[in-house]
Design a protein around this ligand. Structure first.
Ligand SMILES: Nc1nc2c(ncn2[C@@H]2O[C@H](COP(=O)(O)OP(=O)(O)OP(=O)(O)O)[C@@H](O)[C@H]2O)c(=O)[nH]1
Ligand SMILES: [Zn+2]
Length: 217
């Protein structure tokens, strides 16, 4: 790529904590977490000491370690290993259908769906799996879909400084399906665009077409 195709925007500061590691808090002990699960079992109306439930606090706490592992990872570090430009390639790189499981911060109930990510590299490209890893880090926190979409775009934009980033997430929120309003299978769609995807309608339309085209396998 020659100088005229380089990113014209100035370097931007990280958006504080929002795109780095999770907040610095003192984590309670595992014992305390298991005790809290016992309390919730009793709140639900069952006996935490009965045989079938005796190991449940340990299992739930272990599941929390998996669901919320993203608080202990730094998405900026995930993207820090980059490669020199791929000779002769001068177009968008897109990952479609990255499956994601997250938990809404209002009810701590799963929302499940897919992310589609494109970026237009300037000098450096990143390993493809790293984009999916960034999704994974943010998904494994308590989230709103809007925040997660913005965080993914901001992280890629900040670290790789590409000509533009596009992120689309489509997900079904179980908090709307199995409780509350009880409308199952409602797709919530969020998008975030930076650089050329924001400024150039044809690039944005191209991304949307690639992300949503029907009849694909
Ligand atoms: N914008 C946004 N809202 C979400 C997301 N996940 C869950 N919600 C919504 O968060 C809202 C919380 O509303 P509240 O009125 O405080 O809580 P609630 O009484 O449990 O609401 P209901 O779900 O309507 O029963 C609900 O409307 C949820 O649908 C998300 O990712 N983004
Ligand atoms: Zn919810």
């Amino acid at each position: 790529m020659d100088a005229t195709t380089k990113n014209p925007r100035p370097a931007r500061l990280y958006a504080g904590m929002e795109i780095g590691r999770g907040p610095q808090i003192t984590r309670p002990s595992r014992e305390k977490a298991e005790e809290a699960v016992r309390t919730l079992i009793a709140y639900a109306g069952d006996d935490p000491e009965r045989e079938g439930l005796r190991d449940t606090p340990r299992r739930v706490t272990s599941a929390y370690d998996e669901f919320f592992a993203g608080y202990r990872d730094d998405p900026i570090e995930v993207l820090s290993r980059t490669f020199d430009e791929v000779a002769g390639y001068d177009d968008i790189v897109m990952l479609r259908d990255i499956e994601l499981n997250s938990h809404c911060e209002h009810h701590m109930i799963p929302f499940i769906g897919k992310a589609h990510i494109a970026y237009f590299p300037t000098d450096r490209v990143v390993g493809l799996s790293k984009l999916a890893r960034v999704v994974e880090v943010f998904a494994r926190r308590l989230q709103t879909q809007e925040t997660m979409t913005a965080q993914i775009a901001e992280t890629i934009d900040t670290v790789l400084k590409p000509k533009g980033v596009a992120v689309m997430i489509e997900a079904v929120h179980q908090c709307m399906s199995i409780r509350g309003v009880r409308k199952p299978n409602v797709a919530t769609i969020t998008t975030q665009f930076t650089g050329i995807f924001k400024e150039d309608p044809s690039q944005q339309a191209r991304f949307m077409m690639l992300a949503t085209e029907r009849g694909r396998s």
